[in-house]
Design a protein around this ligand. Structure first.
Ligand code: HEM
Ligand code: HEM
Length: 180
């Protein structure tokens, strides 16, 4: 299988996936912060919340194909090579981001399933409820975990973005250009 180790950019498919998933995660955060602006029981509130679920489900659908592409294509070298410790920190952050993309939507799904709630968008059922006996207390506990992970990743994503800016404008290496 061809390796992109010596290529100057990530494979086009990986770059497309990176930015598509970025927009979806951004939308998931925007919708969840927006829905409480609308009155309880209103159709808009329900739809904005459903849009949060939909963006999150799309992330889950894309993350495994993205990981497969990444494992098949490898990672282009950063030039000039950064210090070992920043490379290590970058690797840890990126593994954490992949885990987040996988685990966070699953936590959301578990929350809804235990609560006995399907995911519907404009009347379409995207994910039916498979639970006959909903447990609101347990569902709230999973929601809290989902919320805490969501809050922690504001910072991890922030660190990831700051690192990209530092590489580009501080070190003036090709880290960001490889992903554009
Ligand atoms: C990358 C994807 C996702 C991110 C970043 C994300 C993030 C968040 C955040 C930050 C909250 C607010 C928690 C709080 O204020 O306590 C939240 C709430 C919630 N999310 Fe997600 N989420 C994602 C995917 C999903 C998915 C796929 C589902 C279900 C299909 C889901 C279901 C929920 C539910 C049920 C809540 C609670 C809403 C309420 O207050 O009624 N999330 N999410
Ligand atoms: C929701 C937000 C984001 C998530 C979840 C995310 C996730 C990821 C992941 C998992 C990787 C590892 C790619 C791989 O090697 O397989 C990565 C790489 C990268 N991301 Fe992001 N990203 C986000 C936002 C951004 C933003 C806004 C920027 C630019 C300002 C950015 C710039 C980069 C760059 C330059 C790389 C390559 C890093 C390297 O190879 O060392 N990302 N991102």
């Amino acid at each position: 299988m061809a390796s992109f180790e010596s290529s100057s950019r990530y494979a086009a498919s990986i770059r497309r996936m990176h930015w598509t998933i970025f927009v979806l995660v951004l939308l998931a955060y925007v919708f969840i912060n927006l829905f409480e602006q609308f009155p309880k029981g209103s159709a808009t509130r329900v739809n904005v919340l459903a849009a949060h679920y939909t963006a999150g489900l799309a992330v889950l659908l894309l993350v495994l194909p993205r990981l497969l592409l990444r494992l098949r294509n490898g990672r282009p070298a950063i030039l000039p090579p950064p210090p070992r410790w920043t490379e290590l920190l970058g690797n840890i952050t990126q593994v954490a981001l992949y885990l987040f993309l996988l685990v966070q939507p699953i936590l959301g799904i578990i929350t809804l399933q235990i609560g006995g709630k399907p995911v519907t968008l404009f009347g379409w059922t995207l994910l039916p409820s498979f639970v006959d006996l909903p447990n609101r207390v347990l569902s709230h506990q999973w929601e809290d975990i989902h919320g805490t992970v969501g809050t922690i990743f504001y910072y991890v994503i922030g660190l990831h973005i700051l690192a990209s800016i530092w590489h580009h404008f501080g070190r003036r290496d090709n880290t960001l250009k490889r992903m554009l």
